[in-house]
Write a protein that binds this ligand. Structure first.
Ligand SMILES: Cc1ncc(COP(=O)(O)O)c(C=O)c1O
Length: 373
């Protein structure tokens, strides 16, 4: 299947071997089984658009259109991917003795998570290539994003989630019209079902990084931060990802995640990835940017999420609260200084994850003991 080539995409490139692949053709992984990366003619792009042009455009992800793989004749499949705000967390700033901590709140996006960005671009491209059916293994939020954007595009979607995905997200996926199943296992088991069904079902596999365009949509998080910081990046950015295996590989100085993390149990569903396919790419970024990885404890995350929600009204998802815990740990270790310019990612709305139930009850007609409220 082909689509018109874009103005600025020159080709795609295997992230492992550097082998080139043509733009304008539907792609999955490279021949080496590695993610493909989209490459642009940055010189031509720089001549075509200025910071002032971008500043004058509507405040959504499509203000970076030249940086995205859609050619001008492809109509985006959009649900209103708004620019997301940087929100201060004053109680955390005070406790850590820091001047400013900014949280980029991705919970404002369609389907309540950053996954909306990637899905908007990936589904737009899939639609342009004539794809009629898409399947995905997912911790939950990516499935909700796919289901919504696929419905919008008139594409059939099949979504497989681990059995313990929170009810709210599982229901959301089905409510958006996807054919959805819970699988007794982890996201890797879901991925195996998608891979094994491809021949019979003829679906396009939208597993993270198995197709090249989702990450292009996610890239707009970086462009937005750059623009919001007047095109100078902050000192440190915390982003939640498949934590344990990445940290272990990074600390061992390895170039990729060679050992999967067995029997992962965590309530932080979005980062429960035993063997991340993008492990090598994440590690490359950590090494190149003088970065680091921090593994966090579930209980500390649950406590931080509840505390920040109650103390300052900001309801983070567990993955976002994991970034707060990581910041606290790295402030303690001395890696983060008081005047570092820090951005944390709240990758989804807190409303997408379970909360403790409300047990307090009153009965109408019976006297209320107001002093006990
Ligand atoms: C809320 C949330 N944060 C972070 C992640 C991790 O994202 P990625 O797989 O792109 O590393 C996920 C993935 O499911 C998620 O749902």
């Amino acid at each position: 299947m082909t689509a018109p080539t874009t103005s600025f995409v020159t080709h795609l490139e295997c992230s492992e071997t550097g082998e080139h692949y043509p733009a304008g053709v539907l792609h999955g992984l490279s021949r080496a089984g590695a993610p493909l990366l989209v490459r642009y003619d940055l010189g031509a792009l720089a001549n075509a658009v200025t910071k002032e042009d971008i500043a004058a455009r509507p405040p959504d992800m499509w203000r970076y259109r030249e940086f995205l793989p859609l050619s001008p004749d492809i109509e985006p499949i959009t649900l209103g991917e708004t620019m997301t705000p940087l929100v201060r967390v004053p109680t955390v700033e005070k406790r850590l003795g820091m001047e400013v901590i900014l949280v980029k709140d991705e919970g404002r996006l369609p389907t309540g998570s950053f996954k909306g960005r990637g899905m908007s671009v990936a589904v737009s491209m899939a639609k342009a290539f004539g794809v009629k059916r898409i399947a995905i293994p997912t911790a939950g939020n990516a499935g909700a994003g796919l289901a919504a954007y696929a419905s919008r595009a008139g594409i059939e979607s099949f979504v497989f989630t681990p059995a313990d995905t929170p009810d709210i997200t599982a229901s959301e996926i089905a409510f958006h019209g996807a054919k959805a199943w819970r699988v007794d296992g982890l996201v890797g088991d879901c991925a195996a079902i998608v891979a094994a069904g491809t021949e019979e079902m003829g679906w396009f596999d939208l597993t993270t990084l198995k197709e090249p365009y989702r990450v292009e949509g996610k890239k707009t998080m970086g462009l937005e931060i750059a623009e919001q910081f007047s095109w100078r990046l902050p000192d440190v950015i915390f982003f939640p990802t498949g934590c344990g295996p990445i940290v272990r590989a990074f600390e061992a100085g390895e170039r990729e995640v060679t050992e999967p993390w067995e029997n992962v149990t965590t309530q932080i569903h979005g980062v429960r990835v035993p063997n991340p396919i993008g492990g090598r790419l994440v590690l490359d970024v950590l090494y190149e940017s003088n970065g680091f990885g921090t593994a966090v404890d579930d209980d500390a995350v649950t406590e931080a999420r509840a505390r920040i929600c109650a103390e300052e009204g900001f309801h983070m998802c567990p993955e976002g609260a994991a970034c707060v815990v990581a910041l606290e740990m790295e402030r303690e270790s001395g890696r983060i200084k008081a005047d570092d310019r820090v951005v944390l990612f709240n990758t989804a709305s807190g409303l997408k994850s379970p909360m403790p139930p409300l047990e307090n009850r009153l009965e109408p007609g019976r006297a209320v003991d107001y002093s006990a409220l």
